[in-house]
Design a protein around this ligand. Structure first.
Ligand code: ADP
Ligand code: MG
Length: 906
C-alpha cells in the first residue's frame, strides 16, 4: 500500500493533460463509483493534514511552570532544601504541582474545546461521484474524485483542472503572493515549472477568487503542496487576546508594587534582627499572596467557557479576541439578505413591460402555485410575455432544484434569486434541464455583486439570444426603446413594498461572434419585472429590540434597492419614516467632502446599492466615529471588510470559505439573532473576568494590609510563609476558577456597552477592592491583636485562628464577587453549583489539613472547636453585610433615576 501511496505524489500532474490525468487516476468525467470511493478512502486515508501539533498533556503541564512567580517559588524550595528544611521544600513543591495540575487541566479543556470548534468549520465541497453532484466533507476526498469549484470556495485538495472559466485563485498560503493567479485548464505547463507557474493546477489551501472550474483530485492530505509545507503554515503564532494582554500588564504592575512592599518589609524585619532565612521566606510568601497569580488561569477559563457557550448559540469563535470584542461591540453592520431575512426568495408578482401586473401564489420553494389576477389566468399576449420572462429567468440561472414525487422540494443548490426563478418555472410546468435541451447554452456571464446582473447566451431557432436578469439600473441601459426613467419609477414602487425587484430582458445578438461578453448586451427587449419577497427571519425583530436595549446600533448594508432596504429596515424598527438610505453612488459623490460624508454615514440606518468594495470604507468611517464595529459578510468581496472590522462575522451556511477565513466569528445558522446572543455571552465573559479580579485583588490587599498593620503594631508575623502559600494557591485557587464560570447576569443586555477604553482596574474596581480587602485585612489584624495583647494567646494558636478566619473570609467573599451590583440574595445559588462545590471544597480541604498528621505540622495548624469556628464564620459573614452595603450604595443613583456619572458605571 505504501508503494501505491507514493505513485501519484511523484507524478508531475501539471504537465499532463486533463485526459491523461483522468486515465492515470482511473477515473472519468462522471467521477468515481461510490464503492470505488470507499475502497480508495480505505487505502488512502483521510484528506487532512497531520494533526497540528496540538500541545500534549505533558507540554501543557510543563508550560505552567513558565512563570516568574513559579521561578521564585522554585528558588524558595531550593533554598529550603539547602537549609535542610525538607518539610518546607516538599510543601512548596507539592503546591506547585497542584497548581500546575489545576492550570493544565483547565488549559487542556480550553484547547480541547477550541479543537472541537475547529471541526465545526470543516470545508465542504462539491464532488461528482457516479455521475451525480453532491456536497461532501472535504476530508473524504480521494485521488480520482472530480471536484467543482466556484467563487469563494476553498480548494479542498490538489487538483488537475479539467475545465475552467475565468478562474482566479488566491494562493497566498502557499506562495505568499497575495494577488490572485489566473488558472486555465488548457494551458501547457512544462514539467519543471515551479509551483506558482503551474497554472493547470489548483492547490489545496488556496481559495477561488473568481470564475469556476472542474478538476480531478490528484493529491490529498499531506501529499499536497501545502501538506509538504504544513509545518510552516500551521496557524502561526496565535496572539493573546487584548484582555489577556491587559491583565498581564495589570499583574506586572501589581508585582512591582508588591516588590516594593516586600523590600520595605524585609528592611524592617532585618532591623528587628530576624534571620535572613525568615526574611527570604516571608518575602516569597508575600509576593505569592499579593500577586494575583490565579488571574491568567481564571481568564483562560472564562474565555474558553464563553467560546463554548457561544457555540451553543451558534456563534463559532475563530479568534479568542472576538469574545471580548463582542462584549464591547457598539454597532453591528449587517447584511440584509440571509442574515436579517430568510434568503428564501419567492416571486410574488410579475410586472410586464406593458405595465400589467400579475400575482404569483404559493410559498417558499414549493412548486404549487399559479400566476393569476383576481383569479383569472393570463391569456394571449400576456401569457406569451410571461412565458418569455419565465424562459429567460430559467435559462439565465445557476441554481438547481429537485422535487420529489409528492412535488415537495427535495434538494436545492445555488443562489436564492435563481432558485426563485426555477420555482416560478415549476409553477408553469417548466424545467430547466428540458429547456436547456431545447435552447443550448453558448456562453454565460455569472452573477456578481459588482455587475448586479447575470446573462446567458442560448441558441434559439438557429440564432443566438441573450437572456439577462438583474438590477434595473444595470439591465435597462442594455434595452432599446424603453423609457428608463418611467421604468425606474415603476421599480421603485415595487421596492417600496419591500420587494427585491429584478428586471428581465432578452434579445438576439450577433451569432457569428465566437466569444460573448458584456459588450454584446445591447439593443435588447425589456420583458418585465419580477418582484421577490424575502421574509424577515422570525427571531430578528426581537433581536433588534434587544440590541436597542443593549445600546448596540444596527446598520444594514445591502446591494439591493434603497427602497427595498428601507422598507425592511422600517419593518424591523431599525429606521423610521424620516430616515433615508445612503446609496453607494451618494457615498462616492460625497468623497470630496469628508465632513458631511462622515456625518451622513453616521446617521444612515441603511446603506443600499453598495458595492462590496465600499463596505470597507463604511466600516472605516464608522470606526473613525468611535464605534466598535461588528460586520457580517458572506462573499469573497466581503473579506476585506471582515478583516477591517473589529469583529468580522462570516456566515457558516451560506457564506464562502474565503469570508470564513477572514472572519473572527462564524454564525453557524447565519442568523442575526445568534449574534445578539453572542454579545450577551461576550459581556458575561468580561464580567466574569472582573469578578475574578475583584476576588483575587481584594484578598491580596487583605493579606498585605494584615502584615503591615501587624508590623506597625510591633506584633510578630500574623501568618507564616507556608500559611500564606496555602491560603492563596490552594484555597483561593479552587474558588477563582469556579467564579470564572458564572452565568450571564440578567441585566447584561439591558445596559449600554462598556466604553471601549474602560480598564478592568477602573475606579469602581479600586473602590470595591479597597473596601472588601481593607475590611478583611483589618478584621484579621484585630483578631490577631486582641488575642495577642488581651488574651495572651500564643503565636501558634493565634496564627491558626487568623488563617482559619482568612479562609472563611475568602469563602464568603466569593459569594459577594458573583455580582458587582446585585445582592448576594439576588444571585441564585443553583446557577453556579460548581462555585458552591468549590467553596465547600476549599473550606473542607483546610479543615482536613487541621487533622492530617504531616500536613498540620507543616502548616502549623490544629483543629478548632465548633463554637470557635462558628464565631469566626460570624465574623466572616459580616463582610457580606459590608459588601451588600457597598453594592446598595452603588445601585442607589440609578434608583433615583439620576444619570450615572460616566459610562464606566454600569
Ligand atoms: P445583497 O446585499 O442584498 O445580498 P446582492 O449584491 O446579492 O445584494 O444583489 C444586488 C442586486 O443584484 C439585487 O438587488 C438584484 O437586483 C441583483 N441580483 C441579485 N442576485 C442576482 C442573481 N442571482 N441574478 C441576477 N441578478 C441578481
Ligand atoms: Mg446577495
Amino acid at each position: 500500500m505504501a508503494h501505491d501511496r507514493n505513485a501519484p505524489t511523484e507524478e508531475a500532474w501539471h504537465a499532463l493533460t486533463g485526459r491523461e490525468a483522468l486515465d492515470r487516476l482511473d477515473s472519468d468525467t462522471d467521477g468515481l463509483a461510490l464503492d470505488e470511493v470507499e475502497r480508495r478512502q480505505a487505502s488512502w486515508g483521510a484528506n487532512a493534514l497531520p494533526e497540528e501539533n496540538r500541545a500534549g498533556a505533558l507540554r501543557i503541564f510543563l508550560r505552567q511552570f513558565k512563570d516568574p512567580l513559579v521561578y521564585i517559588l522554585l528558588i524558595a524550595a531550593a533554598v529550603s532544601l539547602a537549609l535542610d528544611n525538607l518539610a518546607n521544600a516538599t510543601f512548596i513543591a507539592a503546591v506547585l504541582l497542584i497548581n500546575a495540575g489545576i492550570g493544565a487541566l483547565q488549559e487542556g479543556r480550553a484547547e480541547a474545546s477550541a479543537a472541537a470548534l475547529q471541526d465545526m468549520i470543516r470545508v465542504r465541497t462539491r464532488a461528482v461521484r457516479a455521475g451525480r453532484e453532491e456536497r461532501v466533507d472535504a476530508t473524504g476526498l480521494v485521488p480520482g474524485d472530480i471536484v467543482e469549484l466556484a467563487q469563494g470556495d476553498a480548494v479542498p485538495a490538489d487538483l488537475r483542472l479539467l475545465s475552467s472559466q475565468d478562474l482566479e485563485v488566491d494562493e497566498a498560503p502557499l506562495t505568499g503572493e497575495s494577488t490572485p493567479v489566473a488558472k486555465n485548464a488548457d494551458d501547457e505547463v512544462k514539467e519543471g515549472a515551479v509551483v506558482n507557474e503551474r497554472t493547470t493546477m489548483a492547490f489545496a489551501g488556496s481559495t477561488v477568487m473568481s470564475g469556476n472550474a472542474r478538476g480531478i483530485v490528484c493529491r490529498i492530505g499531506k501529499d499536497t503542496e501545502v501538506g509538504q509545507i504544513a509545518e510552516s503554515l500551521a496557524h502561526g503564532e496565535s496572539q493573546a487576546p487584548p484582555l489577556v494582554l491587559k491583565l498581564r500588564r495589570l499583574t506586572r504592575q501589581i508585582a512591582l508594587f508588591v516588590l516594593f512592599a516586600v523590600v520595605l518589609l524585609s528592611i524592617t524585619q532585618f532591623l528587628r534582627g530576624e534571620t535572613p532565612e525568615q526574611i527570604f521566606f516571608l518575602g516569597v510568601a508575600l509576593a505569592v499572596s499579593a500577586i494575583p497569580a490565579g488571574l491568567p488561569i481564571a481568564i483562560t477559563v472564562a474565555m474558553a467557557l464563553a467560546t463554548r457557550r457561544m457555540a451553543r448559540c451558534n456563534v463559532i469563535v475563530r479568534q479568542l479576541a472576538a469574545v471580548e470584542g463582542l462584549g464591547s461591540c457598539t454597532l453591528i453592520a449587517s447584511d440584509k439578505t440571509g442574515t436579517l431575512t430568510e434568503n428564501q426568495l419567492t416571486i410574488q408578482r410579475l410586472e410586464l413591460a406593458s405595465g400589467e401586473q400579475w400575482d404569483v401564489s404559493g410559498e417558499g420553494y414549493r412548486p404549487d402555485g399559479r400566476i393569476h389576477r383576481d383569479d383569472s389566468e393570463p391569456h394571449d399576449e400576456c401569457a406569451a410575455a410571461i412565458a418569455h420572462l419565465v424562459r429567460a429567468g430559467m435559462l439565465c440561472n445557476d441554481a438547481c432544484i429537485r422535487f420529489d414525487k409528492a412535488g415537495e422540494p427535495a434538494a436545492s443548490e445555488g443562489d436564492s434569486v435563481d432558485l426563485a426563478f426555477l420555482v416560478l418555472g415549476a409553477k408553469t410546468n417548466e424545467e430547466r434541464g428540458r429547456m436547456l435541451e431545447r435552447y443550448p447554452e453558448v456562453a454565460s456571464l455569472p452573477f456578481s455583486s459588482e455587475r448586479r446582473f447575470a446573462a446567458t447566451f442560448n441558441e434559439v431557432d438557429n440564432a443566438v439570444v441573450a437572456h439577462v436578469k438583474g438590477a434595473a439600473e444595470a439591465v435597462l441601459p442594455m434595452c432599446a426603446e424603453v423609457d428608463q426613467e418611467a421604468l425606474l419609477k415603476r421599480e421603485e414602487c415595487l421596492a417600496q413594498e419591500g420587494y427585491r425587484v429584478l428586471a428581465v430582458a432578452t434579445g438576439r445578438v450577433s451569432d457569428t461572434a465566437n466569444d460573448y461578453g458584456a459588450d454584446d448586451l445591447a439593443g435588447l427587449g425589456f420583458v418585465g419585472f419580477a418582484a421577490l419577497i424575502d421574509p424577515i427571519r422570525e427571531e430578528v425583530p426581537e433581536a433588534v429590540k434587544r440590541c436597542r436595549e443593549a445600546g448596540v446600533q444596527i446598520r444594514m448594508i445591502t446591494g439591493d434597492h434603497p427602497a427595498t432596504g428601507l422598507a425592511i429596515a422600517r419593518e424591523l424598527g431599525m429606521a423610521d419614516e424620516a430616515s433615508e438610505a445612503l446609496t453607494g453612488a451618494a457615498l462616492r459623490e460625497l468623497e470630496d467632502e469628508p465632513e458631511s460624508l462622515a456625518a451622513r454615514v453616521r446617521a444612515a440606518p441603511v446603506f443600499a446599492r453598495v458595492e462590496p468594495s465600499q463596505k470597507t470604507q463604511i466600516v472605516e468611517l464608522l470606526q473613525d466615529a468611535g464605534e466598535l464595529v461588528a460586520v457580517t459578510g458572506d462573499g469573497v468581496n466581503d473579506a476585506p471588510a471582515l478583516k477591517t472590522a473589529h469583529i468580522g462575522v462570516a456566515m457558516g451556511r451560506g457564506g464562502t470559505d474565503v469570508a470564513r477565513r477572514a472572519a473572527s466569528l462564524i454564525l453557524g445558522d447565519d442568523n442575526f439573532a445568534s449574534l445578539v446572543d453572542g454579545i450577551e455571552q461576550g459581556r458575561c465573559a468580561y464580567d466574569n473576568v472582573r469578578k475574578v479580579t475583584w476576588l483575587l485583588l481584594s484578598t491580596g490587599v487583605a493579606e498585605v494590609l494584615l502584615f503591615f498593620l501587624a508590623l506597625f503594631a510591633g506584633l510578630p508575623l500574623p501568618l507564616t510563609a507556608i500559611q500564606l502559600l496555602w491560603l492563596n494557591l490552594v484555597t483561593n485557587g479552587i474558588q477563582d476558577v469556579a467564579l470564572a464560570s458564572e452565568g450571564v447576569e440578567p441585566g447584561a443586555l439591558k445596559r449600554k456597552p462598556r466604553p471601549v477604553r474602560e480598564r478592568i482596574f477602573n475606579q469602581r474596581m479600586i473602590r470595591q477592592t479597597l473596601i472588601s480587602g481593607g475590611y478583611m485585612g483589618s478584621m484579621a489584624f484585630l483578631l490577631f491583636f486582641v488575642m495577642f495583647e488581651f488574651f495572651g494567646i500564643g503565636e501558634f494558636e493565634a496564627r491558626n485562628l487568623v488563617l482559619l478566619l482568612m479562609v472563611l473570609f475568602e469563602n464568603v467573599h466569593t459569594f459577594s464577587c458573583r455580582s458587582e451590583t446585585r445582592s448576594v440574595l439576588q444571585v441564585p445559588f443553583a446557577a453556579n453549583r460548581l462555585l458552591i462545590l468549590a467553596v465547600i471544597l476549599a473550606q473542607g480541604v483546610h479543615i482536613g489539613a487541621m487533622y492530617m498528621p504531616v500536613l498540620r505540622d507543616v502548616l502549623a495548624v490544629e483543629p478548632v472547636s465548633l463554637s470557635l469556628w462558628s464565631l469566626l464564620l460570624a465574623v466572616a459573614l459580616s463582610l457580606l453585610a459590608l459588601d451588600e452595603a457597598a453594592k446598595w450604595w452603588r445601585r442607589r443613583p440609578h434608583r433615583h433615576g439620576k444619570k450615572s456619572a460616566s459610562g464606566g458605571q454600569r
